[in-house]
Ligand binder design. Structure first.
Ligand code: NDP
Ligand code: 2IT
Length: 452
């Protein structure tokens, strides 16, 4: 890196020494920005990068709630309002025991540039809690959500900050959170996205991240005269993003042979068909079971438990394309080497930052097409943006309309990141393309709006 970007990175290391995930997200971003920073004297003069790595506001709060035994439990709540340069803060809420300030800040940082790529007027933020929804009753989850929102409500609003779901936050949690916001504020407004269809939600929002991932990956392949039809795909995770990635891959004629959760993975040589996918949706979304049960139900399926000290076996299965849809850093150096050795041709990042920086470097330098998270999983927040528009107009669009808008947005993202890659980096370097295209736009808005 040149001296300016290196200085920004050293500043982050010094200021946020324990925030490994945030440092990682900033570092990979700066590697791209480095390629154009010398051509942008205004960015340097107005200290745009220095401002970008410092959230506009960080909110941390106590979340007390009572469990089913009547005992008090205390969790920590967060909302990182990273940038409002392009619109109200926008981004999901994650409920997972691993949640800490570093994870919140990395996700909020990524969100700023992802939201920019959608072309919709949204700034970036992220929030959540170290609350673990696993094994909790619906009433416990409700009491937690109500307490969480009792504090969060004073900081958000339909024109200020609009949260949505992420890991551990789906339709059930958004419902409880929305109910409490409405009760305290006495306002029925689009303050959250991912709402139910009968109470202000948008068609296609649950599907949007997975569908968008496949639309963008398909656009990349199509441009190279490659297809999804008949190809073998690896998908990790088994939550919202993974499920609808599988659904759209099936629509386009691909064969999906894996899924996983934090306990292990399944390998189904015969392929996960629609009936099996329906079973997974009930297992995961209604029964809240484990992926292992899939291997107990269907014949010829292998279950491999996860051993975190070893490379992830899911990335060592021969396939054409891979779609990591679980969590950050699920593809490390050894996993990337396994993917390359097995001849993978495309990696589409459904999760946020699923590849370590080393893994990304191995994949791209081996000629693997890599669709980076900022672009590849932007479909979810894009349809959230469309949900905000529908709420403001008090209308609800048809499924066909939202799906066609989503397709358009993903195709535009592909166009923008591939053009930026060709102009400022090398053809097919979509990581640089996504970082640079969004950086330039956010920087321009920040310069125009003065020192705020
Ligand atoms: P869900 O909670 O619906 O599903 C998460 C899945 O990933 C589960 O299968 C979960 O397994 C697995 N997982 C979570 N944490 C870990 C971990 N530490 N190690 C291994 N497996 C893990 O979340 P989503 O599907 O919504 O989110 C998945 C990814 O996609 C995340 O990176 C999220 O940030 C990203 N994303 C989500 C969007 C959305 O609209 N929902 C939009 C854009 C990106 P288990 O049940 O065992 O925890
Ligand atoms: O990471 C993400 O883009 C999301 N979790 C979705 C955010 C949103 O506001 O829909």
């Amino acid at each position: 890196m040149n001296s300016q970007t290196e200085q920004i990175y050293q500043g982050v290391l010094k200021r946020d020494p324990d925030e490994k995930e945030f440092q990682q997200a900033v570092y990979t971003f700066l590697l791209s920005v480095d390629k154009i920073i010398d051509e942008l004297p205004d960015v340097t003069y107005h200290k745009v990068l220095e401002r970008m790595v410092e959230p506009e506001r960080v909110i941390m709060f106590r979340v007390p709630w009572t469990n089913d035994e009547g005992k008090l439990e205390i969790n920590r709540g967060f909302r990182v309002e990273m940038s409002s340069a392009l619109g109200p803060y926008k981004g999901g809420l994650r409920f997972h025991p691993s949640v800490n300030l570093s994870i919140m800040k990395f996700l909020a940082f990524e969100q700023v540039f992802k939201n920019c790529l959608t072309g919709l007027p949204m700034g970036g933020g992220k929030g959540g809690s170290d609350f673990n929804p696993k094994g909790k009753s619906d009433l416990e989850v409700m009491r937690f959500c109500q307490s969480f929102m009792t504090e969060l409500q004073r900081h958000i609003g339909e024109d200020t900050d609009v949260p949505a779901g992420d890991i551990g936050v789906g339709g059930r949690e958004i419902g409880f959170l929305f109910g409490q916001y409405k009760r305290i504020q006495n306002k029925f407004v689009g303050v959250l996205t991912g709402k139910g269809l009968d109470w202000g939600g948008s068609q296609i929002r649950p599907e949007a991240t997975g569908y968008g991932l496949v639309y963008l990956s398909d656009a990349i392949l199509e441009d190279r005269k490659m297809t999804l039809e008949g190809k073998t795909c690896l998908v990790s995770g088994s939550g919202n993003v993974a499920q609808y990635t599988v659904e759209k891959l099936l629509d386009l004629g691909a064969k999906v042979v894996t899924l996983s959760d934090s306990s292990g993975m399944i390998y189904d040589e015969n392929g996960i068909d629609r009936e099996k996918l329906k079973y997974i949706m009930v297992l995961k979304n209604v029964q809240r079971g484990r992926i292992k049960e899939y291997a107990e139900k269907y014949k010829g399926v292998t279950y491999i438990p996860r051993n975190p000290s070893e490379p992830n076996p899911i990335w060592n299965i021969k396939a054409d394309y891979a779609f990591p849809c679980a969590t950050q850093n699920e593809i490390l150096k050894e996993d990337a080497l396994n993917l390359v050795r097995n001849g993978i041709k495309l990696v589409g990042e459904g999760a946020n930052m699923p590849c370590s920086q080393e893994a990304e470097a191995i994949l791209t330098s081996s000629g693997v097409l890599l669709a980076p998270a900022k672009a590849a999983n932007a479909g979810g927040v894009a349809v959230s943006g469309l949900e905000m528009s529908q709420n403001s107009q008090r209308v609800q669009w048809t499924r066909e309309k939202v799906d066609s808008e989503l397709k358009n947005i993903m195709h535009n993202i592909y166009k923008n990141i591939s053009e930026a890659a060709e102009t400022y980096s090398t053809k097919d370097n979509f990581i640089d393309g996504a970082n640079i295209a969004s950086f330039i736009r956010v920087a321009r808005a920040m310069i125009a709006q003065g020192y705020v």
